[in-house]
Design a protein around this ligand. Structure first.
Ligand code: A3D
Length: 313
């Protein structure tokens, strides 16, 4: 019998990496290793020590360490990748492709050597292209590599809907599918509050405004922060995915997943509802779509495919 705690490697100890370390520790998901480049090793070590020192207050026993040495993440069960550069005001996610592709290639090469059995969740933007690059360079099974975007985009939509109706956010179910960019597809046909269709509760103009705000929600935060992009909610979203994997929950969560014919799309990563359990992405779920939603999903797929075809691995 083994009673070792799961090992969670966070590649990138920046804004999202630091919050993920705290959340994973507070949820007692396992031991956590924060890894960054040698120039930022002090940041990784400093954040790890800072969180360790909160352990007596919060009352958990997970170990949190910081490093720049991949030997320390060897054998990780889950790897979450934020290594890269975030947006600044005026930039689109796609503007990051060149610089972040170089970083993802480097990270993927190291993960291939040190964490061959991990479930890998990519957060680095532009998300759909970076998760594709991660899988191609590592050669890991497609169901063991995915991207975080849908949980966050859906949470934003759910929050805006709950706020408009002044109801509990946990009562609102709604999903955003497609690419993690302006072409993302918020699904209103299945959105509901405790089972009551959202379209019967909010008029069309207000729903249109909420959809538009959801599509631009990342940019809204970049515009306010000015020095980077959202980090609390992206961290919470990725940790939720890691939790479903580590606890074999089989929760339905939207993720950037490898499509193999689902939604009549094939051979690239794209935001779709998935079941995440001990097998990784155990299933891509096909939900009924209205004609307009199906059309929007295919337009979004076209935008992602163009970006992916342009990257040099
Ligand atoms: P930031 O706080 O800058 O952290 C990134 C960290 O990556 C820094 O500490 C860097 O030193 C580190 N890094 C750079 N190169 C490497 C490398 N080769 N190996 C290891 N570490 C490296 O950014 P952040 O945490 O705010 O955001 C990280 C990424 O997530 C960016 O690309 C964002 O655009 C992206 N992001 C995605 C979403 C999604 O919903 C998909 C949301 C928010 C941010």
């Amino acid at each position: 019998m083994t009673n070792k705690r799961p090992k969670i490697a966070l590649i990138g100890a920046g804004q999202i990496g630091g919050v993920m370390a705290l959340l994973a520790a507070q949820k007692e998901l396992g031991d956590i290793v924060l890894l960054d480049i040698p120039q930022a090793e002090g940041v990784a070590k400093g954040k790890a020590l800072d969180i360790q020192e909160s352990r007596p207050i919060d009352g958990y026993d997970a170990e949190i360490t910081g490093t720049s040495d991949y030997a320390d993440v060897a054998g990780a069960d889950v790897v979450i990748v934020t290594a890269g550069v975030p947006r600044k005001p005026g930039m689109s996610r796609d503007d990051l492709v060149e610089i972040n592709l170089r970083i993802i290639r480097d990270v993927a090469g190291n993960l291939k050597t040190h964490c061959p059995d991990a479930f890998v969740i990519v957060i680095t933007n532009p998300l759909d292209a970076m998760v594709y690059a991660m899988q191609q360079v590592t050669g890991f099974p497609t169901h063991k590599v995915c991207g975080m975007a849908g949980v966050l985009d859906s949470a934003r939509l759910r929050y805006f809907l709950a706020d408009a109706l002044d109801v509990s956010t946990s009562n609102v179910q709604a999903m955003v599918l497609g690419g993690h960019g302006d072409s993302m597809v918020p699904l209103l046909s299945t959105a509901n509050v405790g089972g009551v269709p959202i379209t019967t509760l909010i008029d069309e103009d207000r729903l249109d405004a909420i959809v538009a705000r959801t599509r631009k929600a990342g940019g809204e935060i970049v515009g306010l922060l000015k020095t980077g992009s959202a980090f609390f909610s992206p961290a919470a979203a990725a940790i939720r995915m890691a939790e479903s994997y580590l606890k074999d929950e089989k929760t339905l969560l939207p993720a950037a997943a490898w499509l193999d014919g689902e939604y009549d799309l094939r051979g690239f990563y794209f935001g779709a509802p998935t079941i995440i359990g001990a097998g990784g992405i155990e299933k891509v779920v096909e939900v009924p779509l209205s004609d307009t939603e199906r059309e929007a999903l295919h337009a979004s797929a076209g935008a992602v495919q163009t970006l992916v075809e342009g990257i040099q691995l």
